[in-house]
Ligand binder design. Structure first.
Ligand SMILES: NC(=O)c1ccc[n+]([C@@H]2O[C@H](COP(=O)([O-])OP(=O)(O)OC[C@H]3O[C@@H](n4cnc5c(N)ncnc54)[C@H](O)[C@@H]3O)[C@@H](O)[C@H]2O)c1
Ligand SMILES: [Zn+2]
Ligand SMILES: [Zn+2]
Length: 378
């Protein structure tokens, strides 16, 4: 029976308030409006940014919400004005849109999109408008995506059509973490062949950054994490060494500077802690070292001595690995299908939506890389 034009009732994991388990509820998903696409989510995974909103940022106005922004699905229906998609298309939603028309989208210098930022408020990390209701209340759509739901509605500028041959329960993780880390190394740090790199934090984002450094031709890739269980996995993606800051009685930046005769050429912070951002910067060699902030936090400020930059280091940050999101996702899916990119190796657990709190717990306890939640088997 066609659901086009109807309100769909389906299951979703609602985060009613910060710092509490999410609750599986029946929600109503309104039909897509102008320039919107309604998607049946097939598979979604948990990224640390979901946990950040729930346990770290905890902005009360950002609730109730449906978290989730790393997913793949099938278009169920489209709203007026949508010409790029049709029901049945395989797609990946993206938290950072690419409208292709604003001055940022038209510039090769950035992957930011002005339209995306007018749609998603950086305080509540959602649009003020939502197509979701539950028990008579409006429920926000986290990052404009809300993929911990059987159905969601996304603006067409934040959806990528992908090759129909792509297995959705694998490529869902290209919706955030993998592109973010890989692109940070390749597009933003612009790692050069023969260089030395350090990657701080070995979740999916950091491991993808390790893989990006390797593909860019780095010869020394030092993986840094406070959890030594991550060492083996880092080697799979190309790390040549592993360092646990807890094994040293001096600051980690000093350890790295000593290991590399003055500092690494490139460092990538994939943790989201301000003290690690500073260590990553100070691990870089004076004169030409480049450090990229990838980890996400809006709670604390980061301070550095101006001399750390005056001596010639460059400090950058990026969202979504600097990829223009729609183009980047399609390109990464293609690379995976051509067996040029590891994806399956990041998936350590598979679960169902009913187990979403277990999946969140695994990430909180640092016991997974990516858990894929299958909502609707293909
Ligand atoms: N910039 C973006 O567009 C973007 C996109 C996605 C995720 N993120 C952010 O990237 C970060 C990583 O995400 P993830 O999903 O890989 O998270 P994750 O929780 O799976 O991984 C984080 C890793 O950092 C390690 N860690 C914690 N403290 C550390 C320290 N002091 N030194 C070294 N390692 C430490 C943990 O042991 C863990 O292995 C998060 O902050 C997330 O919000 C940013
Ligand atoms: Zn734009
Ligand atoms: Zn993410």
């Amino acid at each position: 029976m066609s659901t086009i034009g109807e309100v769909i009732k389906c299951k979703a994991a609602v985060a009613w308030e910060p710092n509490k388990p999410v609750v599986i509820e029946e929600i109503e998903v309104a039909p897509p409006q102008e320039n919107e696409v309604r998607i049946k989510i097939v598979a979604t995974s948990v990224c640390h940014s979901d946990l950040y909103h729930l346990f770290e940022y905890m902005h009360p106005e950002g609730f109730p919400t449906v978290l989730g922004h790393e997913a793949a699905g099938i278009v169920e229906s489209v709203g007026p004005g949508v010409t790029e998609f049709q029901p049945g298309d395989k797609v990946i939603p993206v938290f950072l849109g690419q409208c292709r028309e604003c001055r940022f989208c038209k510039s090769p210098k950035t992957n930011q999109c002005e339209l995306a930022w007018t749609r998603v408020s950086d305080v509540i990390l959602a649009s003020v408008e939502s197509r979701f209701t539950c028990k008579g209340k409006k429920v926000l759509q986290f990052m404009g995506t809300s993929t911990f739901s059987e159905y969601t509605v996304v603006h067409q500028s934040a959806v990528t059509k992908i090759d129909p041959a792509a297995p959705l329960e694998k490529v869902c993780i290209l919706g955030c973490g993998l592109c973010t880390g890989y692109g940070a190394a390749v597009n933003v740090a612009k790692v050069e062949p023969g260089s030395t790199c350090a990657v701080f934090g070995l979740g999916a984002v950091g491991l993808a950054a390790v893989m990006g450094c390797k593909d860019a031709g780095a010869t020394r890739i030092i993986a840094v994490d406070i959890n030594s269980e991550k060492a083996e996995k880092a080697k799979v993606f190309g790390a040549t060494e592993f360092v646990n800051p807890k094994d040293h009685n001096k600051p980690i930046n000093q350890v790295l500077v000593e290991m590399t005769n003055g500092g690494v050429d490139y460092s990538l912070e994939c943790v989201g802690k301000v003290e690690v951002m500073r260590s990553a910067l100070e691990s870089c060699i004076k004169a030409w070292g480049i450090s990229v902030i990838v980890g996400w936090t809006d709670v604390y400020n980061v301070t550095v001595k101006p001399l750390s930059l005056l001596c010639g280091r460059t400090w950058k940050g990026c969202m979504f690995g600097g990829f223009k999101s729609k183009d980047g996702v399609a390109q990464m899916v293609k690379a995976y299908l051509e067996k040029k990119l590891m994806v399956d190796e990041f998936i350590t657990h598979n679960m169902t939506l009913d187990q979403i709190n277990d999946a969140i717990g695994l990430m909180k306890d640092c016991k997974c890389i990516r858990t894929v939640i299958t909502l609707s088997p293909q």
